[in-house]
Write a protein that binds this ligand. Structure first.
Ligand code: F0G
Length: 359
């Protein structure tokens, strides 16, 4: 059977009708990968899975929400869309707007988004404005513009974005045949944790699953407003995607945390980079730094025996933990080059090359 994107697959759960023109790049259907090395590191009967959202058409999970937001914008006869972004939302909005012939405007924090993401928005022909300020300032501007002018907001404040993004939790449940025990994910503007939790609750209400996972969110230490309990004025982290000081969906993230009996904690840039390298070197998965925050969080909690202490099921079966890997490593190639040893230069002769290989 051919695959036609998340709207077609999960239509009954989404706010679309036969009048909605579906704009899709066949997003979703991303693999849930068994992480053997990480599972072993957990030191018990654990099965860790990685939901590799970097394999979406524009390289991040944003495409799931964008297909719904842009389809609905077209249904509503919009002519232009706008977003503030740390990079991935702008890449996704630009691609889906290009596909549907909508004008796309993106506001990015000047000098603070990864090269791959900027190149995508440029290539798809968006009007890109680099704001001399951070993401939070850009989002404030965009909110005000959309209240006054006929342009559709496609940040996750747009409820259609959340609707689309919740399909990732459906996929996880469909793949496992049950909900996981724990889900670990990065938190930035907090739309994604809101979306996953909504998805799990809807599947539970429909009887597709019979338990709910504990939601474990991780912010970067220098950009951890929810953990600290107040907005962070000048957020700082190498994980530029989640460098956010005042998340739009703050309250809903706390609701997901509290209703599920989970937590929102933080990890340092050093822990993020360690997880980033481990994922690439031991699991064969290249992610951008923000995505590695989930695995950094997993390792932090494992070290504190969190999973053993919070195991809910008595049934003898491995505890299932899903880590969400939100964006592809190629989004931020500079980070790999800065973090990992550069290639060694050798003379262009056989002897020199063989010597380096060790033959
Ligand atoms: N991971 C990546 C790779 C992201 O790009 C983002 C958010 C997050 C995690 C956090 O998700 O905001 O729903 O809590 N990126 C947004 C953007 C802010 O503009 O691309 P969230």
């Amino acid at each position: 059977m051919s695959y036609n994107g998340v709207i077609e697959r999960y239509r009954e759960y989404l706010p679309v009708t036969e009048n909605t023109p579906i704009v899709t790049l066949k997003e979703g259907n991303t693999p849930l990968i068994n992480a053997a090395h990480l599972s072993k590191l957990m030191g018990g009967d654990f099965q860790v899975y990685l939901k590799y959202e970097g394999l979406n058409p524009t390289g991040s999970f944003k495409d799931r929400g964008m297909t719904v937001a842009i389809s609905k914008a077209c249904e509503d006869k919009a002519t232009a869309v706008i977003c503030a972004s740390t990079g991935n939302t702008s890449a996704s909005a630009a691609a889906y707007a290009a596909k549907s012939n909508l004008k796309c405007i993106v506001l990015i924090p000047k000098g603070a988004i990864a090269l791959g993401k900027l190149s995508q928005a440029l290539a798809h022909g968006a009007l890109i404005l680099a704001v001399d300020g951070n993401f939070d300032a850009a989002l404030d501007l965009v909110r005000e513009i959309t209240q006054k002018y006929p342009v559709t907001l496609v940040n996750s404040l747009n409820p259609y974005r959340i609707e689309g993004q919740k399909t990732a939790s459906f996929e996880i449940c469909d793949c496992l045949g049950t909900a996981p025990d724990f889900q670990v994910m990065p938190v930035g503007n907090a739309g994604n944790i809101t979306a996953y939790w909504k998805g799990y609750k809807e599947y539970n209400a429909k009887g597709k699953i019979t338990k709910l996972p504990k939601m474990l969110g991780f912010q970067a230490e220098g950009a951890a407003p929810i953990v600290r309990g107040h907005p962070v004025k000048n957020p700082k982290t190498i994980a530029s995607a989640i460098c956010i000081g005042n998340p739009a969906s703050w309250k809903r993230a706390e609701q997901a945390r509290d209703e599920s009996g989970g937590l929102i904690d933080m990890v340092s840039d050093a822990e993020i980079l360690q997880a980033y390298k481990l994922l690439a070197a031991k699991e064969g998965i290249f992610v951008e730094p923000a995505s590695a925050a989930s695995v950094a969080g997993l390792l932090k909690l494992a070290k504190n025996n969190y999973f053993i202490k919070h195991q809910t099921s008595n049934i003898k079966q491995p505890i299932r933990i899903v880590c969400i890997l939100t964006g592809h490593g190629l989004k931020d190639p500079d980070r790999a080059i800065k973090t990992i040893k550069p290639p060694k230069v050798v003379k262009a002769n056989m002897k020199a090359v063989l010597k380096e290989i060790g033959y």
